[in-house]
Write a protein that binds this ligand. Structure first.
Ligand code: SF4
Length: 399
């Protein structure tokens, strides 16, 4: 196993970060997906991995090899990459950053890609968490979503993960689908509980612009999902997943298995995203890379030895200074997503008394409708508040 634990870790002045690595390849494009991912681009993989390694090298030098406490290989379909390419990616991350021995390293996997050889390679590379795109255990729903796997294949993939000593596995499930009933959703949850993963993420389907699913719904080929039914599905999940800690609006974990990488986002802590379209939040700036994988490769494949200042990276499409008012709202909104809630004293110490008072007034307004609960200076969403969270969050934005 290649694990670096640089002595710099103890003395680094800058904060530790999370590292998101985007893998923009998928075997086919699912009808509901609007992520920055592409089918039939596999020929680009070797050049892409070289470019990605180069981007990490540049950032490692620019940021002076910060401590990376989580790595998330997401996409897209990271599990589609040959084991040798994943090896290159993680080697480059370790050469560029101080990746601690305790770092959480997550890889997103599609059930069809979970085969013995890849599993043992991921294990040897220090991957210690797998996030599997199960979506549903109903084959009809999987077909409707144009997923490539069956319910049975997802179960077999999970058993192979366990046999390869991957204990920390998360399931992604999706609800609010066209034609999905409360009963098929209950069955998906029951089958998940039988398998007993340590972490479950639930996503409510949103019908995104420009997707084939949107066309299907608009043309009447598929029925429009019913938002009230989707809310019932969420409440059913809350009821059925009582054995887990409901630590974030959409996430449930056995104690101690909360997703450390995502907690960095929800706590509004710094992270670097590499790869096309990846977003970052560093040194008080939010920025994101150009979306086109081919353009990204063109800008990075040739190492001219040139070095760029922090805010002139050739991959970045746009930079945004964070405005203190926006920052205050965003931080509070993200914290309200968590069961640990929003301590108003933290708002006051970081953003001042006036902002703390403004947010308190907004949240107390929702408390009178039982959407928010206040206890000891900490605000938390109630079960009903989680269903209406967007309405609450909008009111917290700066006026
Ligand atoms: S596998 Fe995931 S990322 Fe790829 S097209 Fe389907 S939903 Fe999108």
């Amino acid at each position: 196993m290649i694990v670096s634990d640089s002595p710099r870790c103890a003395t680094m002045p800058q904060p530790s970060i999370g590292l998101y690595i985007h893998i923009p390849f998928c075997q086919t494009k699912c009808i509901y997906c609007n992520f920055n991912t592409y089918a039939r681009l596999e020929h680009l993989i070797p050049d892409y991995v070289r470019a990605l390694s180069h981007e990490m090298k540049i950032w490692g030098e620019l940021l002076e090899q910060p401590v990376v406490r989580t790595i998330f290989l997401g996409g897209g379909t990271p599990s589609l990459l040959p084991a040798s390419e994943i090896t290159h990616v993680l080697d480059a991350a370790r050469k560029s950053f101080a990746v601690g021995r305790e770092a959480e390293i997550t890889l997103e996997a599609n059930p069809g890609d979970v085969v013995g050889g890849k599993l043992s390679c991921w294990k040897a590379l220090g991957v210690n968490r797998l996030s599997m795109g199960v979506q549903t255990f109903d084959d009809g729903e999987l077909q409707m979503l144009t997923r490539r796997h069956t319910a049975q294949q997802a179960k077999e993939a999970y058993r192979r993960m366990k046999a390869a000593s991957f204990d920390n596995v998360s399931f992604d499930l999706i609800y609010g689908l066209p034609k999905q009933s409360l009963e098929t959703w209950r069955s998906t949850l029951e089958q998940s509980l039988e398998l007993d993963p340590l972490h479950i993420s639930l996503y409510g389907l949103t019908i995104e612009e420009g997707t084939p699913l949107k066309q299907d719904v608009e043309s009447g080929r598929l029925p429009k999902p019913d938002p009230d039914l989707a809310a019932d599905m969420y409440l059913l999940a809350e009821e059925m997943l009582k054995g887990y800690r409901h630590y974030e609006i959409s996430n449930w974990a056995k104690p101690g298995y909360e997703a450390k990488h995502n907690l960095i986002y929800w706590r509004n802590e710094p992270f670097l995203g590499v790869g096309p379209g990846a977003h970052s939040y560093l040194r008080g700036k939010r920025f994101w890379n150009i979306k086109s994988p081919a353009d990204y490769v063109r800008r990075l494949t040739i190492d001219t030895g040139a070095r760029w200042p922090f805010d002139e990276m050739p991959t970045v499409e746009e930079w945004r200074e964070t405005d203190p008012k926006e920052e205050a709202s965003e931080t509070s909104i993200l914290k309200l997503r968590l069961d640990e809630g929003l301590a108003i004293a933290d708002v006051e110490s970081r953003f001042g008394e006036a902002e703390a008072q403004r947010q308190t007034n907004v949240l107390r307004g929702f408390a009178t409708h039982s959407l928010v609960a206040e206890s000891g200076g900490v605000f938390r969403l109630t079960s009903q508040g989680r269903l209406l969270s967007n309405e609450i969050f909008v009111k917290l934005l700066p006026e």
